[in-house]
Design a protein around this ligand. Structure first.
Ligand code: ADP
Length: 596
């Protein structure tokens, strides 16, 4: 059922109260006026009766009953009332102003009329009733009259029509009705006008309240429909202000959370109490390429990994653990650690947060460390075994002549040198890979550093008749961003390798070229070169190209790995580039940035 509006109810109640008030006033006044009129008519009737009685007693004797009847008719016509004279002994009507004299004898005896009975007993009597003779309501007043006007003693009765009272009462009622209707109409108009005004204000009031309710918390209730609404308006305004502040705080926190959520390197997945996806961040999308319709689906549907679903199921299960983990391998070979924790909503619903942490680098580092230890052990164990073997031989069967022992001792020294080189290289590599080591990169002259390296290595080359041919832009210091020791180490290593693998009396070419923003240095020899399949691998730790390995030259396979690390630390690049036209041997190049 539709509730009536405040306006209509106000109007109806106003009308009802007004109606009741007017009805009460009408009833009260009509009753009062009615009884007042009756009393006044009674008084008037009595006065008329007294007058008629006096006139009758003063009247000389009538010539007969007809004379009295005529007198009564004349007097009654003047007074506007009915005059009847009733014989006292038998109640016979002697004269009646309303009945032709000829018919008077036929009138029934009035002896038992209430007013006549009362007059006979008490001297006077009154009665109000409907007259059948006249066909209207009359007030009858009667009194005893002793012989007068020559008539026998009897009862004089005067009847005044009551219709006068009735007519006045009716007119009063009609007037009242008009007043009533006019007042009602005026009240309806005023009520409608007022309630419309109030209704309009209430609508404006509730519109503002509605807007606040819909989230427009900056709205305030300024005008209120009436004083009674002021406390409500104040409360609503205070509430809106509080909510606005809370919403601001929530928005700020949500912004911070979103920034954290999106800024994380880890993928995050939020599941609801049914284990369906509610939200995820872009890191997760990048990690496992989430489908566009991921929200609302289960983990197995979006990442096709049963391990993730198992983690979610464990956490969602009644009495499940507070933490669950799994490690998954992605199609692209990355290793991801998935850990999940439950959390509880305000309503107590258990939800899940799954965090996807890419641990590929950690796993690779662990593998690298394992490989490194295995390689290093291998590198050291071989010469050590050899040293141990020859030493034991010398101890067990000491040769008589020192000359016989020389070759054994030379092998021991060579293997010791190799071990020394391996250990030095490992230390150098460890130094170059030190995490967090601040690099002092500054502009240095590539030409100067190369000159130092050339000075260092020229004697080594000359031992085998090897020449160095240098091709560099004239009078250019070839400034690069670097660190002198590091750059010198790279030159040393590349040039040493070139000498090592060059044929006797060969030529090593060193070039420097300026490219956009870089200076590239290349060292080329005439040795066996490096096939394409090894060209990238030679930069890996402990990698050696077996067919190139020269007996007697201890090779740990770490030199190029150290060079790569140093050049990368300086913001440059290193590569093997020995496949140009006319290329014969190996050609290693590296480039460093020129100062800005
Ligand atoms: P090492 O420090 O033991 O010399 P490197 O890392 O410098 O090791 O070299 C790795 C491998 O690359 C060597 O074992 C060798 O086979 C190959 N190599 C390096 N330089 C040259 C070169 N100039 N010519 C041919 N092979 C080379």
């Amino acid at each position: 059922m539709r509730l009536r509006s405040f306006q209509v109810r106000l109007l109806l109640w106003g009308w009802a109260v007004l109606l009741l008030a007017l009805a009460a006033a009408f009833y009260y006044s009509s009753t009062l006026v009615g009884s007042e009129l009756v009393r006044e008519t009674e008084t008037r009737s009595w006065k008329q009766l007294e007058t008629v009685k006096w006139l009758l007693e003063e009247h000389e004797s009538f010539a007969g009953e007809w004379a009295m009847d005529e007198w009564a008719k004349t007097l009654a016509a003047k007074m506007g009332s009915r005059i009847t004279y009733i014989k006292g002994s038998d109640g016979r009507v002697i004269a009646d102003s309303e009945v032709p004299f000829g018919q008077v004898p036929e009138m029934e005896s009035h002896d038992n009329r209430p007013e006549v009975v009362a007059a006979r007993e008490d001297g006077r009597g009154m009665n109000l009733r409907h007259s059948h003779t006249l066909g209207k309501d009359m007030i009858y007043v009667a009194c005893r009259v002793s012989r007068a006007g020559g008539m026998p003693a009897g009862i004089l009765r005067v009847a005044v029509p009551f219709s006068i009272v009735q007519a006045r009462l009716d007119s009063l009622r009609i007037n009242f009705l008009w007043i009533f209707l006019t007042v009602l109409l005026l009240a309806a108009g005023a009520g409608t006008y007022l309630s419309r005004n109030v209704g309009r204000s209430i609508r404006a009031f509730s519109e503002v309240a509605r807007q606040i309710g819909e989230g427009n918390y900056s709205m305030r209730l300024r005008a209120s429909p009436g004083g009674e609404f002021q406390p409500l308006a104040r409360s609503v305004n205070a509430m809106a202000k509080r909510i606005e502040k809370h919403i601001q705080t929530i928005d700020e926190q949500r912004g911070q959370l979103r920034a954290m959520f999106e800024g994380m390197n880890e993928g995050v997945m939020v599941l609801d109490a049914d284990g369906r996806l509610v939200a995820y961040n872009s890191a997760l999308d990048e990690m496992i390429s989430m489908p566009g319709t991921a929200v609302g689906r289960t983990p197995i549907e979006v990442c096709r990994r049963y391990e993730v679903q198992e983690v979610a199921d464990q956490l969602l299960a009644e009495g499940g653990p507070d933490r669950a983990m799994a490690e998954i391998e992605l199609m692209d070979g990355r290793t991801v650690d998935v850990s999940g924790v439950p959390y509880y909503e305000n309503d107590g619903a258990r939800k899940i947060i799954l965090v996807f942490h890419d641990i590929t680098v950690i796993r690779q580092a662990e593998k690298g460390l394992r490989d490194f230890v295995a390689n290093a052990s291998h590198q050291l164990r071989t010469p050590l075994t050899s040293i141990k073997g020859y030493s034991e031989t010398l101890l067990d069967n000491p040769p008589a002549k020192f000359e016989d022992a020389r070759s054994f001792l030379e092998i021991i020294v060579k293997n010791s040198d190799h071990m020394n080189k391996v250990i030095s290289s490992m230390l150098a590599l460890a130094k170059s890979e030190q995490v967090g080591k601040a690099l002092q990169v500054s502009p240095v002259s590539g030409r100067d550093i190369f000159s130092r390296a050339l000075d260092d290595l020229t004697p080594l080359g000359h031992e085998r008749g090897i020449d160095f041919s240098v091709s560099m832009p004239d009078d250019d210091p070839l400034m690069v961003m670097g660190e002198p020791d590091g750059v010198l180490h790279v030159f040393h290593n590349l040039m040493q390798n070139a000498v090592k693998y060059s044929p006797d009396n060969g030529c090593i070419t060193v070039e420097a070229k300026k490219q956009d923003g870089f200076v590239a240095f290349c060292v080329e020899d005439q040795g066996p070169g490096i096939s394409k399949e090894h060209s990238l691998k030679v930069f890996e730790r402990f990698y050696r190209v077996d067919e190139n390995t020269i007996d007697g030259h201890g090779s740990a396979g770490l030199g190029l790995a150290i060079c790569r690390r140093i050049v990368q630390n300086l913001g440059g690049e290193i590569w093997h580039d020995g496949y140009g036209e006319g290329a014969r041997g190996a050609r290693f190049c590296f480039r460093l940035k020129t100062p800005a």
